[in-house]
Write a protein that binds this ligand. Structure first.
Ligand code: ATP
Ligand code: MG
Length: 318
């Protein structure tokens, strides 16, 4: 431990003793004070990077890019005690392909508590920001909220699901937090993780997956480089997405674009088999096949709802 860190911890302890003399200071306030002063507070952060890698490898089907990008990005980010910039990932792909599933895996392996941790904040625009006319109010509320939570816990995770329904202009208020320069009152805003999720760009991803198959290649031959620039452009130009002409995109503040490929019948049946095993019915291969044939597929043979309606279909055939 460096001398400056020892001094800063001693300072934190003195301030805490001072505040302890006041009967109205709560445990959370004390923790906030300690975290702000000492810079060494990582909340209940218990990262299990290997557990995350294993979960992605074993339980996420047909998504080699998401497996690689998320594992590597998280491992590299957590290697640094004091990162230069926050980890900012944007998940893209069709419905039911595993975007929300991966965000909950992250929560589980970084905080040991799926979405239940007080340091994982999930926003769904239709719920939290429903009225486009209130964009200005939402901006200031979101900024205050993020600032407050980062002061309590620098290792906070912010998940913005269904970004395509985010009112225009709201998300840009976060641009200063996503860059390299944000350290205020000794709170290191660069330790946070942000995840944006949307279906924007699904047509680009699906088209490339189809072309790859038509060219006789494996879907695993698709590389991130083939999609990254096109996804960035798609979210920037999409009038119905929260990132329309956003500074977050033009300033390249998203550190990783993560494409989710469309799923086909083979993946749907794997989802069904897993669902059956969870119900103690592993041997019912007939049910998995029935679920596979009952699903709707696009003319390109991609499942229209990914694996989303698998549990309902299993109920039907079991
Ligand atoms: N690639 C996958 N591998 C394994 N299971 C999957 C996969 N994709 C989806 N599933 C299953 O389907 C369910 C729904 O997936 P999820 O909620 O992650 O979809 P999504 O991509 O977030 O879709 P939407 O855009 O509609 O929100 C998951 O809980 C999971 O059980
Ligand atoms: Mg989702």
């Amino acid at each position: 431990m460096e001398v400056s860190e020892i001094l800063s911890r001693i300072r934190a302890v003195i301030v805490i003793f001072y505040y302890c003399s006041s009967p109205v200071v709560t445990a959370l306030q004390l923790k906030t004070i300690y975290c702000t002063i000492s810079q060494s507070c990582d909340c209940d952060f218990k990262p299990d990077v290997q557990g995350l890698e294993w979960d992605l490898y074993k339980n996420l089907y047909g998504q080699h890019l998401a497996q690689e990008v998320v594992s590597e990005a998280v491992a590299n980010f957590l290697k640094k005690e004091s990162p230069d910039i926050p980890l900012v990932m944007s998940f893209h792909g069709a419905s039911g392909t595993g975007k929300t599933l991966v965000s909950s895996m992250l929560g589980r392996h970084l905080y040991g508590a799926a979405m239940g941790s007080p340091y994982i904040h999930q926003f769904i625009p239709t719920l939290h920001f429903p009225l486009p006319a209130r964009a200005k109010q939402y901006r200031s509320e979101l900024k205050t909220w993020v600032e407050g939570n980062l002061t309590t816990c620098a290792r906070s995770i912010f998940i913005f699901d269904e970004m395509e329904t985010m009112p225009l202009g709201v998300i840009d208020v976060l641009a200063p937090f996503l860059g390299p320069s944000h350290v205020v009152f000794q709170t290191n805003y660069r330790k946070a993780i942000y995840i944006f999720i949307s279906t924007t760009g699904e047509d680009i991803i699906n088209k490339l997956t189809l072309e790859t198959r038509q060219a006789g290649k494996e879907r695993e031959d698709i590389q991130l480089l083939d999609l990254e620039a096109a996804l960035s452009q798609a979210v920037f130009n999409n009038k119905n997405g929260g990132f329309f002409r956003s500074k977050i995109i033009s300033d390249r503040l998203i550190t990783h674009f993560v494409p989710f490929l469309p799923l086909n019948r083979r993946h749907v049946e794997r989802c069904a088999r897993r669902e059956l095993c969870q119900r103690g019915e592993c041997q019912r291969r007939d049910v998995a096949e029935a679920v596979g044939s009952a699903m709707t597929y696009t003319p390109q043979l991609f499942s229209s709802t990914g694996c989303k309606s698998v549990p309902a279909k299993v109920n039907l055939f079991l």
